[in-house]
Write a protein that binds this ligand. Sequence first.
Ligand SMILES: *Cc1c(COP(=O)(O)O)cnc(C)c1O
Ligand SMILES: [Zn+2]
Length: 413
Amino acid sequence: MIGLKCRECGRTYPKEVVFVCEYCFGSVEVDYDYDAIRRVLTKDALERRPRSLWRYRELLPIEGEPTAGLSSGFTPFIRSERLARVLGVRELYLKDDSVSHPTLSFKDRVVAVAISRAQELKFDTIACASTGNLAHAVSAQAARAGLNRYLFIPADLESSKVVASLVYEPTLVAVEGTYDEVNRLCAEIGAKYPWAFVNINIRPYYAEGSKTYGYEIVEQMGWKAPQHVVVPAAGGSLITKISKALKELRLLGFIPEGVTQLYAAQASGCAPIVNTIQARSEIVKPVKPNTIAKSLAIGNPADGYYATQAVLESGGWAEAATDEEIISAMKLLAQTEGIFTETAGGVTVAVAQKLIQQGIIPRDESIVLCITGNGLKTQEPIMNRLGEAIRIKPSLASFESSLADRLSSASAI
Ligand SMILES: *Cc1c(COP(=O)(O)O)cnc(C)c1O
Ligand SMILES: [Zn+2]
């Protein structure tokens, strides 16, 4: 890491707590010395390292040893057979962060990097504005690091995400408002208290953690870039950083020049990035979220502009899914691949299905779906949409009478 650099005017800053450019108010990002990295980082060296996101540490914004998320990352990468058949495609993969350690979503990656860097910058308090998964990841990883933690969430969050965050005994603040209002409040609090808000004042470091999701896709495909990647978008950071990861791997010579088409997936009830891409516009118009996909419910996405640019320059596209389609897609993924993803994963699968049906994603090319969170954390929307357990007495007679219709077609020994 050389330092920080404005994404708009290119002005450089020291590697401290800077998140907006003083000259043009552009956002800043981490800049690296890729020539130096090319000399030390080879595929061979990398493959011998522990299977965590820190195996790409030269490409991550820390100076010393990582202190958080040592077991995060390197999640399963699965070749899909049954879902591929239903979608009618030849080569389909699932990158499965629904089983991320320790909090079952891809937010463990960004938080691992944010906390490691916050400790280097000598913060003793970690905070965040969250749609749910971030609060969970910050709560868990800050507890392990022995740091104070303040989490700010919209008051209407799913109860499983609230419980999952509270168990680590943080200060959890439920704000009566939307995520965008929570975020605005946190910016004010951050200006007054000396806390590391992972997705606000140390966002340039935090956001780099998402690149590891992209590196892993390429490494797990055998150092090959897929032709198409469908990515759920909230603030638009993950999709922007997958694009950066692919560019870096090309720059380092790990994969040949080429293009990977990126597709942004959002819920119809909150699709500011999809709207912008479909209009081929540069201006992201904020919306008021109304969707069961609460982890994606950001109406005014911080990286909406960059996400749009990343998608359009890749030749990709965007699509939205209704709440009904999200639930059907969650069930489809569970029933074909045995993966219970949260609503955000339902958005990804539903959008992929639509883009394939529309002929936008070709059926005979390699496709990766980003499954970023776990269904046990968003049970409310699906709970009453499933079958029920068949209740019986503990006797063979009760079993056979209660299941008579099913047993008539099964043969006994
Ligand atoms: C936060 C989140 C996303 C989207 O991340 P952004 O980087 O904000 O676009 C996707 N999936 C899940 C499960 C998330 O929690
Ligand atoms: Zn600038």
